[in-house]
Design a protein around this ligand. Structure first.
Ligand code: PLP
Length: 407
């Protein structure tokens, strides 16, 4: 544990867990550990135990934990201007919007605070566009096992079957089709009713299911043929995660609308809804939010994005991702893992048995954080700037755990 943390008065872990159970609303079962410090690819808990982090806040901390550029930007901006008003321009919001539009195929940005909020904005924008320019079309086609957030509309857009009974009645106007199935997509289009198709280039929460080139290019062609908007949810795949700044770049297509969050703020909560000029149909009062484009979030995001772009981290993620895939494929041969796939540093591995949760929990005890989005799938989403040695270190922990659990 870093010396300054050792010296700090870290409360007793058991007492902290007792307070947590007494005062935090239950939404998820968490392990009995309390994280107190992070640096780069490592996290420390309140007992001083170190973890190699291949989750990074669910693909959020693209520069690793507490990156100096982010800390400096937050400290500087906190002294300068924390919050103006969403109805006033601030210098950071303008600089960031220009940076994002200069580096993407989209023309305009609306900033928000979470991925779900950006997707809500995308759904509203598509519906307004449908009302004004597509003869009242309102329906959005999404994909089974897709994940777009936890607000009511984004839950309705998501393709998690077990959510279908939750919080009824849902928001209407979504049709779901199997992912990577172009004929099913074509069949679901109802001219005059369908206004958009919304999907992820790689379904992250579904277990890292990569859209094929032919599929995404075919979906773009369907949008062009029927005059529909293509909404790409790049909340997990964007900001270098897949080896290019945005995943769409690898498919040779352009979306009409794109949403970003997660890696965008490198750990600071922020999101963005981007669109082509022709799609920007919001009018006064249609969209907004108290904290949207707040200077502190904008400054944090600028610092993160400048580092991601300036240090060419997407290309580094591609190189490191290839190494990770190669090593995992070798391991798959040795241990009978049934599939290894991914793009850049978003990687999934299928196990021959539904032992994902056991592998995750044994890795945690051994000092490694990974995640299991499905009972038989492990997911790896480390910092974009991790080293080859850290990939080796991860495999040194994972391999004996897999040997044990799959024996
Ligand atoms: N869309 C995708 C593809 C995601 O992976 C997530 C979160 O995991 C979301 C949307 C929702 O983002 P948030 O949790 O910030 O609302």
């Amino acid at each position: 544990m870093p010396a300054h943390l050792q010296a700090a008065a870290v409360p007793d872990t058991a007492a902290l867990i007792k307070d947590a159970e007494a005062s935090l609303m239950y939404v998820v079962t968490r392990p009995g550990k309390v994280m107190v410090q992070g640096k780069g690819s490592y996290l420390w808990d309140s007992d001083g135990k170190r973890y190699l982090d291949f989750i990074q806040g669910w693909a959020v901390n693209c520069l690793g934990h507490s990156p100096p550029a982010l800390a400096r930007a937050l400290a500087r901006q906190a002294r300068q201007l924390v919050n103006a008003s969403p109805a006033l321009y601030n210098d950071q919001m303008i600089r960031l919007a220009k940076l994002l539009t200069d580096h993407s195929c989209l023309d305009k940005v609306f900033f928000a605070n979470s991925g779900a909020e950006a997707n809500e904005g995308a759904i509203k924008l598509a519906r307004k566009h449908g009302a004004l320019k597509q003869n009242g079309a309102y329906e959005i086609i999404t994909t089974w096992n897709g994940f777009h957030g936890r607000t009511l509309a984004t839950m309705s857009a998501s393709g998690k079957k077990h959510w279908d009974e939750l919080y009824e009645p849902k928001v209407k106007g979504f049709v779901r089709v199997p992912f990577n199935d172009l004929p099913a997509m074509r069949q679901a289009i109802v001219p005059g009713r369908t206004c958009a198709i919304m999907l992820e280039p790689v379904q992250g929460e579904a277990g890292v299911i990569v859209a094929t080139n032919a599929y995404l290019q075919g979906v773009r062609a369907l949008c062009d043929e029927f005059g529909l908007l293509l909404i790409l949810d790049e909340i997990q795949t964007g900001i270098g995660r897949c080896g290019t700044l945005f995943a769409y770049e690898q498919y040779g297509i352009e979306p009409d609308i794109m949403t970003l969050a997660k890696g965008l703020g490198g750990g600071f909560p922020v999101s963005a809804l981007l669109a082509k000029d022709a799609v920007c149909v919001f009018e006064q009062g249609d969209q907004g939010g108290t904290f949207c484009a707040q200077p502190l979030a904008m400054a944090a995001t600028l610092a993160v994005l400048e580092e991601v772009i300036g240090k060419k981290l997407p290309a580094k993620a591609a190189t490191r991702g290839r190494y990770l895939l190669r090593r995992l494929k070798a391991l798959a041969k040795e241990l009978g893992l049934t599939d290894v796939r991914g793009k850049g540093l978003l990687v999934g591995v299928d196990l021959p048995k539904d032992k994902g949760a056991e592998v995750v929990s044994q890795c945690l005890e051994a000092g490694l954080l990974i995640n299991a989005p499905r009972p038989n799938t492990l997911r790896f989403m480390p910092a974009l700037n991790l080293s080859t040695a850290q990939v080796d270190e991860m495999l040194d922990i994972l391999t004996p755990v897999l040997r044990r659990v799959l024996a």
